[in-house]
Ligand binder design. Structure first.
Ligand SMILES: Cc1cc2nc3c(=O)[nH]c(=O)nc-3n(C[C@H](O)[C@H](O)[C@H](O)COP(=O)(O)OP(=O)(O)OC[C@H]3O[C@@H](n4cnc5c(N)ncnc54)[C@H](O)[C@@H]3O)c2cc1C
Length: 251
């Protein structure tokens, strides 16, 4: 339950508030406003100007409070990422939900999380060490972020624009979240990164290799135990391998 609402006007102010116990960043609030357990103080990020989308060299830098829909509508957003965003949530939610809030809340069925893990997005996290009154900023890969969920405020997410990216999926209906999806990124160096979604607590990093050989086996291995109420592991293994190859064929 949200007991107190803060709307800081500067990043310093936000970080100072978030260094206090029982405080949490409020992005779009689509999930946090449903928070039902312990009392928390919400620190609304909307006045911090963190909603930009900027090309920086070979990267696209997304401010933490950029909405999913603003990213979807940007001409800089790769086409396959747009497909992944469309499946993340319906348009009313996309208009409010932020890229950082969506990443923090991502589980294995998150198409946006699956895409960002394949793209090896870099997350900038800031925190305020109140004991020594100093701000710290670190950049970590999305894989590490999803694994460790470090404390702190995400201020931006950076994705590469100099890589080929494909996203393929299978879902029960055209509007349903995929049961199985594959996100494949390939850099000019040949580096190839396959992530599979549609299952479990977090998207599955199936392969990060120097070339595309072995995609099929990597997809099968990653889904080896992926049975749930929606699909069997055998089905996911077969379809996942097909989707991975289909992604590669689009490059
Ligand atoms: C009616 C409804 C329908 C929904 N439908 C779907 C759906 O179909 N599919 C789906 O996947 N989800 C759905 N959701 C869940 C929710 O919309 C998503 O998880 C959403 O993308 C969260 O983004 P947000 O910006 O609103 O996050 P918030 O609710 O603001 O925050 C979510 C979490 O992220 C943290 N956070 C936010 N910003 C930052 C930051 N900058 N740094 C660090 N931590 C941060 C918050 O503290 C909180 O823990 C739905 C929610 C509602 C209310």
């Amino acid at each position: 339950m949200i007991t107190t609402y803060h709307r800081p006007q500067t990043l310093d102010e936000a970080l100072a508030l978030l260094s206090r116990p029982n405080t949490q960043p409020l992005g779009g609030g689509t999930l946090l406003s449903h928070h039902k357990s312990d009392p928390i103080e919400a620190v609304d990020l909307q006045s911090l100007g963190l909603d930009s989308i900027t090309r920086k060299g070979n990267d696209l830098e997304l401010g933490a409070t950029l909405t999913l829909q603003a990213l979807f509508e940007s001409e800089d957003c790769p086409a396959a990422l747009k497909t992944a965003i469309k499946f993340e949530a319906p348009i009313n939610i996309r208009n409010t939900a932020t890229v950082a809030g969506t990443l923090v809340a991502a589980d294995g069925r998150s198409t946006f999380g699956t895409a960002l893990l394949s793209l090896d997005a870099k997350i900038t996290v800031m925190s305020n060490q109140s004991s020594v009154n100093s701000e710290q900023s670190s950049v970590i890969g999305v894989g590490e972020y999803l694994l460790t969920h470090p404390k702190g405020l995400i201020t931006s997410i950076s994705i590469p624009l100099n890589a080929k990216f494909a996203f393929e999926y299978v879902s029960k209906t055209p509007a349903d979240k995929p049961l199985i999806c594959a996100a494949l990124t390939q850099w000019n160096s040949g580096r190839t990164r396959l992530v599979l979604g549609g299952y479990g607590k977090s998207p599955l990093l199936a392969m990060d290799g120097t070339e595309a050989d072995g995609l099929d086996t990597a997809a099968r291995n990653a889904y080896h135990e992926a049975t749930d109420e929606w699909a069997s592991a055998d089905y996911r293994m077969d379809v996942g391998a097909t989707l991975a190859k289909r992604c590669l064929s689009t490059f």
